[in-house]
Design a protein around this ligand. Structure first.
Ligand code: SF4
Ligand code: SF4
Length: 395
């Protein structure tokens, strides 16, 4: 059997590992679980064994048996207990593209049927409802009904210059729905001609990649591209870093795409969004897919600093080194306790800054951090950057 789920480059890169353990030292999953088996270095070793056991010549020469089905399954479970934060890749001194490797590995494990059972639920949800939560996709823009002064068209227009692609989490989770409400209000104030796709918006495909279900993604990409094209839009805006990154890396380049922080900063620079003074000290948490993933570090900070009166203090580990909040990689569905512990450690970092609020630019980061501070009565506010700008609009 060959290894068609890995590229030649990946197979070559893997052999460059020097066992330095830098990836294990910074891994949030290792830190929260205290289990080295969740580290990149352990995973690379396991993957090497599996690959060698599939290669006929090496197997014959070295009598390489490879892991038993139970060991393979156990290994599979460790692979999915990872937030795909990309911090291991960031510190790897020999430049192994570890994040892409983890996606290929998950795909391979699904093909060889050594994966956690929850993956079947993700597949079924997406297959049946076009969103990751098995909600009715017709209700994707129901959050508009919670807006003050929503227009009669409910932001679903036949044609518009800009499409605001909300993403599954912001569309359906009550806690995260504050983000599209805020962004829609700001875009209205800025006079932007925008539309939602409503039920014609399907999952962007990122949860499928994270679940090892790469084979499903193309249908969703084709559908979303056709839906945006039908609106006659030239630009697509995302508040979700994972949707943005997915469109950046996997979608055809038919439209100009912006993360909300980039789009709003442009609007602020053009003087289209009037910002009132706020007396607030905040810190900024770089979402993994926006920061390490898309290298968007400066625009969110500039946007925060453009609000009069807001003071920004940095986390000790910020920008490329920012620690994950625990919300990525479908980890919450696979191992909710591990996700919670990573969030707890993140909030410890936030408390050290002395900030009144932690601002981020991702609905999933808002969810994981808010859940922790509410459950544990931590006196820190968690805000998406759109909520901060919305507050500054009102003064
Ligand atoms: S992507 Fe993040 S959580 Fe996963 S192994 Fe790398 S550092 Fe750990
Ligand atoms: S940081 Fe890179 S070279 Fe070092 S152990 Fe991890 S994968 Fe290997």
């Amino acid at each position: 059997m060959s290894n068609p789920n890995f590229t030649v480059r990946q197979l070559i890169e893997m052999s460059a590992c020097t066992n330095c353990q830098a990836c294990a030292d910074i891994c949030p999953a290792v830190s929260a679980s205290r289990k080295g088996e969740l580290s990149a270095i352990y995973r690379l070793k396991g993957l090497n064994e599996i690959l060698k056991s599939r290669t006929g010549l090496i197997r014959k020469l070295f009598r390489q048996k490879g892991p038993s089905p139970d060991e393979h399954k156990q290994f599979g479970n460790t692979v999915f207990r990872c937030t795909l934060c990309g911090n291991c890749q960031e510190v790897c001194p020999v430049g192994i593209h570890l994040k892409a490797l983890w996606l290929s590995l998950r795909h391979d494990l699904v093909h060889s049927r050594h994966y956690p059972k929850k993956i079947d639920m993700i597949r079924d949800n997406l297959d049946e409802s076009q969103n990751v939560f098995a909600e009715d996709n017709e209700e994707r823009s129901d959050w508009v009904e919670d807006m003050r002064d929503a227009p009669d068209h409910g932001f679903i227009k036949d044609k518009a210059d800009v499409v605001y692609f909300t993403g599954c989490v912001a569309a359906y989770y009550p806690l995260a729905q504050k983000i599209p409400i805020a962004l829609a209000e700001i875009l209205e104030v800025g006079g932007v001609d925008f539309t939602l796709l409503g039920e014609e918006e399907w999952c962007c495909g990122f949860p499928m990649l994270g679940a090892g279900l790469k084979d499903m993604v193309q249908e969703f990409i084709d559908h979303n591209v056709a839906a945006v094209r039908a609106k006659g839009a030239k630009k697509v805006v995302f508040a979700c870093p994972s949707c943005y990154q997915m469109w950046r890396e996997y979608y055809p380049r038919k439209f100009e795409i912006f993360h909300g922080t980039q789009y709003l900063l442009n609007q602020v620079r053009k003087g289209r969004i009037p910002l009132q003074e706020l007396d607030l000290t905040v810190t900024y948490h770089d979402p993994c897919d926006l920061g390490r993933g898309a290298r968007v570090f400066d625009q969110p900070r500039e946007l925060i600093r453009s609000i009069p009166g807001v003071k920004l203090v940095e986390l000790t580990e910020n920008r490329e080194a920012c620690r994950c909040c625990g919300g990525g990689g479908n980890l919450e569905m696979i191992d909710a306790e591990l996700s919670k512990e990573i969030a707890r450690q993140k909030i410890e970092d936030v408390i050290q800054t002395g900030a009144q609020a932690v601002v981020t630019a991702c609905q999933q980061c808002v969810r994981t951090m808010t859940t922790h501070v509410k459950r544990n009565k931590v006196p820190v506010e968690v805000l998406d950057i759109t909520q901060l700008v919305q507050r500054a609009l009102r003064g």
